[in-house]
Design a protein around this ligand. Structure first.
Ligand SMILES: *Cc1c(COP(=O)(O)O)cnc(C)c1O
Length: 366
């Protein structure tokens, strides 16, 4: 007999999710540009809504009815086809858990949201990584990774940590080529940062087919990551599966209130998007000016940029210099990206400071 409880082998291989850092090695606080949070905070309406409420002694609405109605109204989706989660993370877990298990395969692009391998291992299924195309997700390579054992395909679009985006025709092509019993999950965590008119068609596919689930979050452009609210939409039997698996009171009272207030202020989201995209373009321009030193920003549609260090200045050295300057950014060697840093788009002042630090490093190394 073992002398202590023995963890299941498929749980043993899980590496706990590694959150973005906010402190230097010596404990000094750093400005956190490592978790893709909104530098503008959240809508003032959210703060106001959080000050009201029916009190912490009562359970929240277990079905988040009002919130689902508000989401449905905002997107033209039947609230019965919407399920809310403790962040979209809970719903991504549910999607994998409901449709994949031991012996099954879950396919996603080689560079994807770091949560994905964790939730596949959690259910004892096998991770199958689709090859990238210069780091970016590639539909033909995703399809090439699909086998008869594939049960779920996960695509974060825009992709985290790469930042690239597959347009509507590519997502449609991916869906059309997948067997009908394979679930396609389109994780649209960064969709609010797309320009007006840019749409990968996920909602339309989810409304028309039995095997497409789209997830969204309030954690990024809406700026309420701490409240942990996300949602998913898909065919009734997909929503039913997620409702069976989610926690009974999975979205807190304050989370439901905050999300409704956030939805009610689209102007804040538009302002967040416009500020992000302008600052991102300026920062990318500053990086392009360092191209002759081997710095390369991958094209981003999100609120971060993946910067490759392919010259004399290496990523760990840049990470240290940026931390020295007071900022935490993301180095992801554990995700197969030792030569890159993922930098969240902060304020223009913050990004100008980082660009200056990088230019200093390049010039010193040249
Ligand atoms: C941040 C992020 C999410 C959101 O997670 P929440 O649990 O909703 O906070 C989902 N998918 C991707 C790709 C992300 O980067």
């Amino acid at each position: 007999m073992a002398d202590k409880p023995i963890m299941k082998p498929w749980i043993e291989q899980i590496h706990a999710y590694v959150p973005g850092k906010s402190k230097a090695a010596d404990g000094r606080p750093l400005a956190k540009l490592s978790a893709n949070e909104n530098p503008l905070g959240c809508s003032p309406d959210v703060l106001e809504a959080l000050a009201t409420g029916h009190g912490p002694h009562l359970y929240p609405d277990p079905d988040a009815r009002e919130l689902r109605q508000a989401i449905g109204a905002a997107h033209g989706i039947d609230p019965a086809c919407i399920v809310c989660g403790t962040g979209s993370g809970e719903l991504l877990h549910g999607a994998v858990q409901a449709f994949a298990g031991p012996g099954d395969e879950v396919v996603f692009p080689r560079f994807s949201f770091s949560l994905y391998p964790l939730l596949v291992h959690k259910v004892g299924a096998d991770v199958v990584l689709a090859q990238d195309n210069d780091y970016a997700p590639d539909v033909d390579r995703i399809l090439a990774a699909v086998t008869p054992r594939t049960r779920v395909v996960l695509v974060d679009n825009p992709n985290n940590p790469i930042g690239t985006w597959l347009p509507q025709d590519e997502i449609a092509r991916l869906h059309a080529a997948l067997p009908r019993d394979v679930l396609l999950v389109v994780d649209q965590a960064y969709a609010e940062y797309l320009e007006e008119g840019e749409d990968d068609g996920g909602f339309a596919l989810a409304a028309a087919h039995d095997n497409v689930l789209v997830t969204r979050t309030f954690s990024k452009a809406f700026g309420i990551a701490g409240e942990r609210v996300g949602w998913a939409t898909g065919a009734p039997h997909l929503v039913d599966a997620l409702n069976r698996l989610r926690g009974a009171f999975n979205v807190t009272e304050s989370g439901q209130k905050a999300a409704m207030a956030a939805l009610g202020d689209p102007e804040f989201v538009a302002r967040s998007r416009d500020a992000n995209n302008a600052v991102r373009a300026r920062f990318v321009g500053q990086l392009e000016a360092l191209g002759n030193h081997g710095l390369r920003a991958l094209p981003s549609k999100a609120n971060f940029v993946l910067v490759l260090f392919e010259g004399a200045v290496r990523a760990p050295q840049a990470l240290d210099a940026i931390a020295e300057g007071g900022f935490a950014v993301r180095h992801l060697p554990g995700q197969g990206l030792p030569e890159a840093l993922r930098i969240t788009i902060g304020t223009q002042e913050q990004m100008d400071t980082i660009a200056t630090i990088l230019r200093g490093l390049c010039e010193a190394g040249a």
